[in-house]
Design a protein around this ligand. Structure first.
Ligand code: S3P
Length: 253
């Protein structure tokens, strides 16, 4: 329990059992660095926890690329410049990382998500649509079973869709309310909060928690800080989906 460096070389935490971790870092108070050989998901539960604790940590993708570059040098008798590993790692990471959109109802997550998916030739996933395909109309789910029940379905769907890479994922407005959802989304993705001003958000009758101006205002006040704190990047939304899409693509470098 006095380890300074912890290296996981087991498959524990690997897809599809992304919720597993080989050890509990809380039991190792002297840890200064964590290395995980697992590269799927891109950020394992072990590494995510290390980062949260302020411990230096690296996932397996960097190790995978580095060993391939060294192997290639040996096999082909070539010397690559030192930046080669970083450049390949970045390219793979960018192509694999999911683009995840969060934000208030009617902030444009689905519209912008579809544009992004089209331009980047990625698969588009809308978690609300997945819930509706599997369990039926969302408004009815709220009416019949209540919000907590809906949140359970939402968590299950988010965990499932977050396991795959290279996607654009639009989430429901309340997805950030559960830390486990955020953790799952971040395991393979980068979260962009679509920050659209309250006076531009449109309540609609099919949105049980944002069906009038008062309800929308309440949700906004409850959630604004949560959206900000859980996002990797905040994108100001000016109402034009094309320009929002462009801003996100400019960040993906
Ligand atoms: C919700 C937002 C909805 C949907 C559900 C709950 C919320 O998604 O997930 O009605 O809690 O804000 P949109 O943000 O796409 O409207």
């Amino acid at each position: 329990f006095d380890a300074q460096v912890i290296i996981n070389t087991t498959p524990c935490g690997m897809y599809p059992k992304c919720d597993d971790a080989p050890i509990n870092l809380d039991d190792y108070p002297f840890t200064e660095a964590v290395l995980d050989a697992v590269y799927n998901p891109l950020v394992t539960k072990l590494v995510a926890k290390a980062i949260k604790k302020g411990i230096k940590a690296e996932c397996g993708l960097y190790m995978l690329v580095a060993q391939a570059v060294f192997a290639s040098q040996k096999f082909t008798n070539t010397i690559y410049e030192a930046e080669k590993i970083d450049a390949i790692f970045r390219d793979i990471l960018l192509s694999k990382q999911n683009i995840v959109l969060t934000g208030m109802p009617s902030s444009g997550k689905t519209t912008v998500g579809e544009l992004l998916a089209h331009d980047t030739e990625r698969e588009f996933i809308d978690t609300d649509r997945v819930i509706e395909e599997k369990y039926g109309d969302i408004r009815k789910i709220f009416e019949t079973h209540g919000e907590e029940y809906f949140r359970g379905l939402e968590t299950e769907v988010i965990k499932e869709v977050s396991k795959e890479c290279g996607r654009v994922i639009a989430t429901g407005g309340g997805a950030v309310l559960r830390q486990e959802n955020v953790d799952a989304l971040k395991s393979n993705g980068r979260i962009f909060f679509l920050d659209r001003p309250l006076n531009q958000l449109m309540p609609t009758s099919d949105r049980p928690l944002a069906n009038d101006v008062e309800a929308m205002k309440k949700r906004y006040e409850e959630r604004f800080m949560i959206y900000k704190e859980t996002a990797d990047t905040v994108i100001k939304v000016d109402g034009n989906p094309q320009s929002v899409k462009t801003k996100i693509l400019e960040e993906m470098v």
